[in-house]
Design a protein around this ligand. Structure first.
Ligand SMILES: C[S@@+](CC[C@H](N)C(=O)[O-])C[C@H]1O[C@@H](n2cnc3c(N)ncnc32)[C@H](O)[C@@H]1O
Length: 237
């Protein structure tokens, strides 16, 4: 999807797309931020592909200067409106695959949530490189990536057939009329390791069944989840 497609989706976005920061009922993300000491000391944050500003709306008040970038002007406009009460938010129209030079090495924490899902593997690598480039040496990064295992489990539940084995660690999946790259746990880990990141951890962030259009939780099944990948930019990278 290009910037114009995202512009078109912007008005309906809040209703149509799962907001992982609001839907993380088990507080996996908040607990990680707290455990790393990131909620203290007014740290600087860069949120690449910030969408309608959900990370800043949910966690922004704990941080210092906050910059959200997105290629969609409309998404940014909605983000600014939703975060009007959150101090020190700055918005910038930019391509996640080409970080503006002034944002290089600017952040104590870089967030990139459900953005590195491009059909092209080369585009994912480029966006990954630029995301890492936004972090200060030694800073933390937090990625949210769609989970292939969760997707397969839901398809299997809906069809009553076991999911066929996957040959690779990532796959392009069609969902809601758009094709997106999904990651297995190993694929998510590899994405971070190959970008040169250290202290890589992959966790599940569960969200409610209703976000998958399933009204009642099926007994004996784990709720759907995204991968939360956390890692650190080494000083020498
Ligand atoms: C699924 S939304 C996620 C929004 C937000 N990060 C969140 O998790 O709530 C993907 C966002 O990435 C943006 N995006 C996709 N490709 C991009 C690119 N190449 N450059 C900048 N933003 C991009 C879209 O405009 C959209 O706002």
């Amino acid at each position: 999807m290009n910037a114009r497609d995202w512009d078109r989706l912007a008005a309906a976005y809040a209703a149509e797309v799962c907001d992982i920061f609001a839907r993380d009922r088990r507080q996996v993300i908040a607990r990680w931020l707290r455990a790393r000491g990131l909620l203290r000391g007014r740290r600087t944050v860069l949120d690449l592909g910030c969408g309608i500003g959900s990370f800043f709306k949910r966690h922004g008040r704990h941080f210092g200067r906050k910059t959200g970038t997105d290629h969609s002007r409309r998404m940014l406009r909605i983000a600014a409106r939703r975060c009007h009460a959150v101090p020190d938010c700055h918005w910038r129209q930019a391509d996640a695959q080409r970080l503006p030079p002034e944002l290089r090495g600017c952040a104590d924490l870089v967030v990139c949530s459900n953005v590195i899902t491009f059909v092209s593997a080369a585009a994912c690598r480029r966006a990954m490189r630029e995301t890492v480039g936004g972090a200060k040496p030694g800073a933390w990064l937090l990625f949210i990536l769609p989970a292939l295992e969760s997707h397969d489990a839901i398809v299997s539940l809906e069809t009553g057939r076991p999911a066929p084995p996957r040959p690779g660690t990532t796959a392009v999946v069609r969902r809601d009329d758009r094709r997106q790259r999904f990651y297995s746990a190993e694929g998510a880990r590899q994405l971070a390791v190959r970008a040169g990141l250290r202290a890589v951890t992959v966790r599940k962030v569960w969200y409610p069944w209703s976000d998958e259009g399933i009204g009642r939780a099926p007994r004996g099944h784990e709720p759907p989840w995204d991968w939360c990948v956390t890692a650190r930019r080494p000083a020498g990278l």
